[in-house]
Design a protein around this ligand. Sequence first.
Ligand SMILES: O=P(O)(O)OC[C@H]1O[C@@H](O)[C@H](O)[C@@H](O)[C@@H]1O
Length: 302
Amino acid sequence: MMDINQLNEHFGLPGVLAFHATESDLVRADITTPHATATVYLQGAHLTAWQPAGHQPAIFTSRKTDLAPGKAIRGGVPIAFPWFATRHDGKTGPSHGFARIQDWTLAFAALAGEDLHLTFTLGANDLSRSLGYDHFHLGYQLTIGSTLTMQLTVANDADTPLVFEEALHTYYAVADVHEIAIAGLDGVSYLDKVDSFKEKVQHGDITVTGPTDRVYLDTTATCTLSDPVRKRRIAVAKTGSNTTVVWNPWESGAAKLADMDPSEWHEFVAIETVNAATDAITLAPGATHTMQARVTLDELHG
Ligand SMILES: O=P(O)(O)OC[C@H]1O[C@@H](O)[C@H](O)[C@@H](O)[C@@H]1O
């Protein structure tokens, strides 16, 4: 892995992209484009902030998050791979897989027009091999500007099929989770993880009125998050993803999270671009799969 000086020398862009080491030796990229600011950690290729000009922060990251090698960051956009949440094959492994706790390699950085393009890669390593994943590689492209585009490509380098789940587990900042509504999933079936995974059907918009952990299946719909207090709307459009997860731990769940302040759970809702459960991907030898989320903000009128 390149050190800070090498990263700045190879990829730094004066006034746009600079790399810093944290006290705990994580590498952080600080980004300022003509239309947005953002922060990305090389560990997990983890975006922790994105704020288009003229808006309040769009992404929530906990003030109490660990920022330490090998520890998941609480908030931002964790990349879940190769499983979502807990492992399902009876073996043990970190929650949401290993990709979010590994150092990714930065392969490309350039200001193209008014957007910063970054590409990160991750291949097999000691941790992935110890968990049974040897022949794959991942590419993650971030396009950062007034719109945020996140694109994850999985390549199967093995001569057998690769079965995996994946998520762009995005924590959106809201003024107060009690006040928000999420449109786009009316009529969609979901597994209700807070009610023994019962299969239910969404009626109308989603409002958050208690612990919420729902896996919406077979949906490619755009979700729209209305935040009347902040007077803004966040739209999440996606391709290559058939699952959408909506999660908020509520007070009871947040109390169990050591890396979240008890006052923070009402400041976000996760709307996750996912392939999981019955939407898990089976990738043929030599094949690739790409999943993309595109996030836009606009003002909420009326
Ligand atoms: O605490 P973690 O591993 O980051 O996971 C947070 C949550 O992530 C959500 O996506 C899952 O549906 C929840 O079940 C889980 O609790």
